[in-house]
Design a protein around this ligand. Sequence first.
Ligand code: SF4
Length: 326
Amino acid sequence: MTKPVLSIQNLSVDYVTDDGPVRAIDNVSLDVMPGEILGVAGESGSGKTTLAKAIMRILQPPAVISGGRVLFEDKDLLQLDEEGLRRLRWTRMSMVFQSAMDALNPVISIGEQIVDTMKVHTDFNSSQARDRAVHLLEMVGIPGDRIDSHAHQLSGGMRQRVGIALALCLEPSLVILDEPTTALDVVVEKEILGEIKELQNKLGFSVMFITHDLERMLQVSDRVAVFYAARLAEIGPAKGLRDNPQHPYTQGLLKAFPSIAPGARTPESIPGSPPSLLSPPSGCRFHPRCSQVVDACSQTRPIRTDLGPGHAAECHLLSQETGAAT
Ligand code: SF4
């Protein structure tokens, strides 16, 4: 049986506030398989970015990891010391942040940033590292002669491409993309996502791709994980989720997105808004907004129900249907 590259098991993350702990990731488990693109969807504040930062161990106080395990290539990332993490970050797993302009160093050229990263982590000399930097830039669609440009001399799309080149420069097995195209127009966004998919096909790395754009995510992902209020509502193959979503929140989220398909229905919003994590609803956190709510929903958290290969959801209706104990 194929082993996951990344296995998140019962992970919880709290933000410690004056009003008490706010649980931003609540007992979440999911796997990322080799060569898979796993999309992570959910409204703002659902825990997507906190999850990514917890995996990379780059959460800042007042955030604390309060439970669980994060196994990456058989190592528990939560048990590694700083030196152990340093050896893995960029070489085996890397991350592209929401805003590359903030992530890139404004005072040194993009080429130097790639070269420096390679010289720290490999035996490349300056000339080899520079050749590789040119190759990487060209691979993500930036002409090699822009290697001496600084971040402010590039468009938003080019800066995001540099972020991707940096993330790929040491050929990691896992790349986390945190809303990599949010700040870009739709044409550039489509181009970049197409390039990521092409590179992933060619190089075979696994991707965790975070976005609030469910439609886009379904196009590029193999599987999709849908978060609601710090919990995993549903995870499953992208096609299955698009054609036959099982969790009422996934169903609502899909109906809320406009489609350009001929004869497409009018988008319908989900009534209400996501809860405050300071005082989330009891039981299933979606129950105040759910059109299919039953008595148990406000009383107990639904258990995770397996619905098929790689497909699971947390909903009382599904556990009743499958006969799972609640
Ligand atoms: Fe709706 Fe209840 Fe299922 Fe939650 S558990 S999604 S409230 S039916």
